[in-house]
Design a binder for this molecule. Structure first.
Ligand code: SAH
Ligand code: SF4
Length: 360
């Protein structure tokens, strides 16, 4: 296996200060990484050459390279990123809100963006509807490889370091299956001398490793969680998400109830709607019952089909009726607008496409 070099983005400021002396140099390097988005040691003008040469022997600056980019008509940009060992994974730049203009044509409110990041190359969970799962599991991403996705996308979109950004851990991989590196990345994002992205702006999406939900909660990082529920009974959920057998619906609901949540916020439950599988009103009814007593918000997602899958996208009418039922029964519920649908922005789909093209 290739020996991977760590990168400067693998460290909190305190950790970097233990490596780089004197410590004010570590702070300067942090500025180069997270405020100037330096991509090489050459960029770091005020850092002594000897120190840079020394660091370059053991550390990369940014471990990622953009190898493909697809722009959607709604402003979504999907990136295929290459790691130092040649493996690839994806990150997505999502435009959540357009800029607002005043009467004189001046921008009065800047556009709002969210970055969707990956935490692994591939995934071990093996959900039957997910394209990422088809390629199996390759490896965990390091903290620096997670952090670098945000730096790389912000730089590519000329998004200044002090402009607000939200992060969702909803790309390739199961974040809680790589908890140590995930937690480190969350901390690095929060650094005041770095990108200064608070926990409130970060949402960890999980397929429901209930014991790890507890562990993340104990770390008290202030992040939100989103649960990929997708089914209301264990039989169907185990068909969709095989590890439901070990972490069943009840264990997930109990873990969510224990999770430290900002009292003004809600836990997001993602519900992937698949035609004739889970799009009926009986399921909606069970969902209302299941979530009673939890400050929840449901996000309905249209299944996004890809070649080779037997699952189908639900009809608009069934989706709407499902949402209406939930709302009528007091649940906050949105339908995820299919951002980037023209560039197949669901998890794992750009990677598959590029590989398919490369293979002929
Ligand atoms: N592993 C984590 C986070 C990454 S998956 C999790 O499962 O929550 C990110 C989201 O993409 C999940 O909510 C998943 O349900 C969704 N997804 C996967 N395949 C999809 C598809 N074909 N169409 C629509 N959404 C999909
Ligand atoms: Fe992994 Fe999430 Fe895909 Fe399931 S949906 S295989 S947990 S990435």
């Amino acid at each position: 296996m290739t020996q991977l070099k760590p990168s400067l983005m693998d460290y909190t400021l305190k950790e970097l200060q233990a490596i780089v002396k004197p410590s004010f140099r570590a702070k300067q390097i942090y500025g180069w990484l997270y405020h100037q988005y330096a991509s090489s040691y050459d960029d770091m003008k005020n850092i002594p050459k000897t120190l840079k040469e020394e660091l370059a022997q053991t550390h990369l600056v940014n471990p990622l390279k953009i190898v493909n980019k697809e722009l959607s008509s709604d402003g979504t940009i999907k990136y295929l990123l290459e790691l130092q060992d040649g493996k690839t994974m994806e990150a997505v730049w999502l435009k959540m809100k357009d800029e607002q203009y005043g009467d004189d044509g001046e921008v009065v409110q800047e556009a709002k963006y969210t970055i969707c990041v990956s935490t692994q190359v591939g995934c071990k969970v093996g959900c039957s509807f997910c394209l990422t799962a088809k390629g199996g599991f390759t490896r965990d991403l390091s903290a620096g490889e997670i952090v670098a996705q945000v730096v790389t996308l912000k730089r590519d979109n000329n998004h200044k370091h002090n402009r607000k950004i939200n992060i969702v851990y909803m790309g390739m991989g199961e974040p809680l299956d790589n908890l140590t590196n995930l937690a480190k990345a969350i901390e690095i994002f929060q650094e005041n001398d770095g990108l200064s992205i608070s926990g409130k702006r970060q949402t960890v999406s999980t397929s429901g490793l209930s014991t790890k939900i507890d562990k993340l909660g104990e770390m008290d990082l202030g992040v939100h969680i989103a649960i990929s529920l997708h089914a209301v009974d264990d039989e169907l959920r185990s068909e969709l998400i095989p590890m439901n057998k070990a972490h069943n619906i009840n264990s997930i609901i109990e873990a969510v109830k224990r999770f430290p949540i900002d009292t003004r916020k809600r836990v997001m439950f993602e519900y992937l709607v698949i035609k004739d599988k889970n799009d009926d009103i009986t399921s909606a009814k069970k969902l209302v019952k299941l979530l009673s007593g939890i400050k929840a918000k449901v996000n309905l997602i249209y299944f996004n089909p890809y070649p080779g899958t037997d699952y189908e996208r639900p009809s608009y009418d069934d989706m709407f009726a499902f949402q209406e039922y939930l709302v009528k029964h007091g649940l906050l519920c949105t339908i995820r607008d299919s951002k980037g649908i023209d560039i197949s922005a669901a998890c794992g789909q750009l990677k598959e496409k590029t590989q398919g093209e490369q293979n002929g």
